[in-house]
Design a protein around this ligand. Structure first.
Ligand code: S3P
Length: 426
């Protein structure tokens, strides 16, 4: 797919539902008693992988427009799948479902695409094994395919070495079934959608600092869930409007949960003209509309506790930093290396190809902004956030940018290119 410099993005856009919240709605809805309806569900490939895994375990799930209806069978209502569970490209599906499977009375095998089969699973195998499950990496490399033999679980207090909501959520989902209390302490707080939604479904879960504390559940109950727009998808339009002169955009209904809104803090620190209005909250998940205008930006430092709150936005923040005066340093972000692609390496390669002054570091990158970018051929490595980042950079750069493997945006934002084109007025 080819992108050329455009003369500003103008108008309004409503981004699709939050990916993390959509996954959790299907999972908790499947484990609850009664009907769960998930409105504004993200129909990206990742969330559809979660649906197909739960259908394979006997849960009736229907999709009508943007609403997904899940007929939950209760905590003990899953059936043994008669096939290998395919998690596709989705780390969230793979890791969270492992926590649920760890507690079932049947054994199961899960796998995914080549990217999933390279991503580290030891981080969930270790705590879930400590709780009493048996998890085997069938290739012997601590990656999927995983064979999970569930059984009676014991609550643990897990000190997670990484701030990862996928790890935390896997343990908490297993903890619903465990004997005794389950605690997960993280180095810094990761997104808390599981905790908020478990509470809404009737679980006894609370947070103390960076520790989530869960009591075993007797039953969960079906809910009506309204999913706010995904701030990780909104990020591409916010960055695009900031880097393309003459832009003014209203991005509507964006989730602004404080464990996810790090990008707004970074953009403001860079000098962005950005206003959040109409703030509201549903099921503990805040949302608002974000008005953004192209701005002259300064470099910044992105590090420490803010990192988990913007982890998926770092690629587009790195691209934006090329349009800022001075230096931007991203550190404490080694987790980027184990996402859908090695996002440090892939970003540095791609931005360098476009003429940026960018340097890879062990846990991030250093970008010296102010050099004009020019078009280049960019390999997405089939990573949706890389494809969208370079689409946006391509709309701000001189000349022509060609993205290989551009279709992977269907993972989290199938309509992304149409919307970008519409806002660019062509
Ligand atoms: C997610 C958590 C994050 C994030 C991913 C979605 C989730 O991953 O990068 O896109 O829904 O829990 P980690 O838990 O690996 O940080």
């Amino acid at each position: 797919m080819i992108f050329r410099k455009c003369s500003g993005l103008r108008g309004q856009v409503t981004v699709p539902g939050d990916k993390s919240i959509s996954h959790r709605g299907v999972m908790l809805g499947s484990l609850a008693k009664g009907t769960t309806r998930i409105h504004n569900f993200l129909q990206g490939a990742d969330c559809l992988s979660t649906i197909s895994c739960f259908r394979a375990m006997g849960i009736p799930i229907t999709i009508q427009g943007s609403t997904v209806q899940v007929e939950g069978r209760g905590l003990r209502g899953l059936q043994a799948p008669d096939q290998v569970l395919d998690c596709g490209n989705s780390g969230t599906t793979t890791r969270l479902i492992s926590g649920i499977l760890a507690a079932q009375e049947f054994s199961s095998t899960l796998t995914g695409d080549p990217s999933i089969r390279r991503r580290p699973m030891k981080r969930i195998m270790t705590p879930l094994s400590q709780m009493g499950a048996r998890i085997e990496s069938l290739s012997g490399n601590d990656c999927a395919p995983l064979k999970i033999t569930g059984g009676p679980l014991q609550g643990i207090h897990y000190q997670s070495p990484v701030a990862s909501a996928q790890v935390k959520s896997a343990i908490l989902l297993a903890g619903l079934y465990a004997q005794g209390e389950t605690r997960v302490t993280e180095p810094t707080l990761s997104r808390n959608h599981s905790e908020l939604m478990m509470k809404a479904f009737g679980a006894d879960v609370r947070t103390q600092g960076t520790t989530a504390i869960l009591q075993p559940a007797r039953e969960l109950y079906g809910q009506e869930i309204v999913v706010p727009g995904d701030i990780s998808s909104a990020a591409f339009f916010l960055a695009a409007a900031l880097m393309i002169p003459g832009s003014e955009l209203l991005v509507r209904n964006v989730g602004t949960n404080p464990t996810r809104d790090g990008i707004l803090h970074v953009l403001r620190a860079m000098g962005a003209d950005l206003t959040v209005t109409g703030e509201r909250s549903q099921g503990g998940e805040p949302a608002g509309d974000i008005l953004v205008r192209s701005s002259s930006l300064q470099g910044t430092v992105v590090e420490g506790a803010i990192i988990p709150t913007l982890i998926d936005e770092l690629p587009v923040i790195a691209a934006l930093a090329c349009f800022a005066d001075g230096q931007t340093v991203i550190r404490d972000a080694a987790e980027l290396k184990v996402k859908e692609s090695n996002r440090i390496q892939v970003m540095v390669q791609g931005l360098s190809a476009m003429g940026a002054d960018v340097e890879e570091t062990p846990d991030g990158m250093v970008i010296r902004g102010g050099r004009p970018l020019h078009g280049a051929v960019i390999d997405s490595h089939l990573d949706h956030r890389i494809a969208m980042t370079f689409a946006v950079a391509g709309c701000a750069a001189e000349g022509e940018t060609r993205i290989l493997g551009a279709d992977c945006v269907n993972i989290s934002y199938p309509e992304f290119y149409q919307e970008l084109k519409r806002l660019a007025g062509n």
